[in-house]
Design a protein around this ligand. Structure first.
Ligand SMILES: O=C(O)CCC(=O)C(=O)O
Length: 323
C-alpha cells in the first residue's frame, strides 16, 4: 500500500494553513456572510487552532435531540445506527435496553437518523466560519454523541479521520448539550498545537502519518509522542467549560483530550461533528446526483449527505422539524 506521508498533508492545506495566507482576499469574499467578526476569528484560528462561539446553538434543537435519543433507546430494534458501550462496538439493535439506558453509551453518526442532530451540526456560525476556512462548503462526514466524559488520551484527528480526499481539509465542532462541570471530564485542547512546527508529524511506520491496519506504532505511542512534544514546546492544555448554547471548533491537526472524570455521578453530554469541504468529500460516500440529491440536511451553506450505502433510513421524531 502506498504510504501517505507529510508531503501529502502539507500539499492539501486550505489557504489559511499556508505560509502568509492572503487574509484580505478571503475576508472580502466571506465577511459579509458572517454574523461575527470573521477577521478576529480567523486570526484566533491561525494562532490557536480553535475558535469558540458563545450562545449560538438553539436550545430547542438540543431538546429535540434529547427527545430523539429517548425514542431511540425505547425503539432501538427499529433503527440502523452504530453505538459503543464499554469498548464494544455494534448496532443499536444488538445492545440491550439497559446498555442503551446507561450513560456510558456513545452513538456514532446519529445525524443520519436525527434531523435535530443534523441541524446542530450545521449551526449557522459554525458553517459561516468553516466556509471561510475551507473556502468551500463544509460537509459533515461523521458525528459522535457522548453522555459521559470520554477520558480519551491526547490525540490529533487526522491519522484516524481520513476519508476526505484532501487530508488537511478537516475540522470538528464540539457542542455541549448541557452546562459542563469541571468534574465531569471536560474536553481539553493544546492551543497552537495545530501548527506543524509544534506537533510535527508522528511516524506510524515507514514515514506514514496515518494509522493503517499494519502500522507498527499504536495510539498509545502516538499519545506518548504528543505529550512529550507538548512538554518540549511548552504548550499547556486548556480546559473547555462551556455552557449549553456554546460551541467550539477545532482544527484537524489540533492536539486534544478528554480529561479525567473526577465525579462519576456527573454526565458530560456532548456532540462532536467532523467536517471536510465539499471538494474533499469522498466520492464513494455520495449518491449519484449529489450535492442536489441524497441530502439529509443543507443549511447555512453546509451539507449532510446520506451515505451511499444507506437508503431512506428510518428517522427519529425530530424529522418533523423538516419543512
Ligand atoms: O469529547 C471528548 O472528550 C473527546 C472527543 C474527541 O477527542 C474526538 O471526538 O476526537
Amino acid at each position: 500500500m502506498a504510504v501517505i506521508g507529510k508531503n501529502e498533508w502539507m500539499a492539501s492545506r486550505p489557504w489559511i494553513d499556508q505560509d502568509d495566507p492572503d487574509f484580505k482576499r478571503f475576508l472580502d469574499k466571506h465577511s459579509e456572510a458572517c454574523d461575527f467578526d470573521l477577521e478576529q476569528k480567523l486570526k484566533d484560528w491561525k494562532r490557536d487552532g480553535i475558535v469558540i462561539f458563545e450562545n449560538v446553538v438553539d436550545p430547542q434543537l438540543i431538546d429535540a435531540f434529547f427527545g430523539d435519543i429517548d425514542y431511540l433507546r425505547k425503539h432501538h430494534l427499529d433503527f440502523d445506527l452504530l453505538a459503543e458501550f464499554k469498548a464494544k462496538q455494534g448496532h443499536v439493535r444488538d445492545f440491550s435496553a439497559a446498555e442503551l439506558e446507561s450513560d456510558g453509551v456513545k452513538f456514532n453518526s446519529i445525524h443520519t437518523i436525527s434531523y435535530a442532530a443534523a441541524k446542530l451540526s450545521l449551526t449557522r456560525e459554525l458553517m459561516q466560519f468553516l466556509s471561510a476556512v475551507f473556502d468551500d462548503a463544509p460537509c459533515a462526514t461523521q458525528s459522535l454523541t457522548f453522555y459521559k466524559g470520554s477520558q480519551q488520551p491526547i490525540h490529533i484527528d487526522y491519522p484516524y479521520v481520513r476519508t476526505q480526499t484532501k487530508l488537511a481539509h478537516l475540522a470538528a465542532s464540539w457542542i455541549p448539550l448541557e452546562d459542563i462541570s469541571p468534574d465531569s471530564g471536560p474536553l481539553a485542547y493544546y492551543p497552537g498545537s495545530h501548527q506543524v512546527e509544534v506537533s510535527d508529524f508522528f511516524d506510524w511506520g515507514d514515514g506514514s502519518i496515518l494509522l493503517e491496519a499494519d502500522s507498527v506504532k499504536d495510539p498509545g505511542q502516538f499519545a506518548e509522542y504528543l505529550y512529550a512534544r507538548m512538554r518540549e514546546m511548552k504548550v499547556e492544555p486548556r480546559v473547555f467549560l462551556p455552557r449549553k448554547g456554546d460551541a467550539l471548533i477545532w482544527h484537524g491537526n489540533l492536539a486534544h483530550e478528554g480529561t479525567a472524570i473526577r465525579n462519576q455521578a456527573l454526565t458530560r453530554m456532548s456532540y462532536v461533528t467532523h467536517y471536510t469541504s465539499l471538494g474533499a468529500y469522498p466520492q464513494a460516500f455520495l449518491k449519484p446526483g449529489a450535492p442536489e440529491q441524497g441530502v439529509i440536511c443543507a443549511e447555512n451553506g453546509g451539507y449532510i449527505f446520506e451515505y451511499s450505502w444507506q437508503d431512506q433510513l428510518q428517522q427519529l421524531p425530530s424529522i418533523a422539524l423538516r419543512r
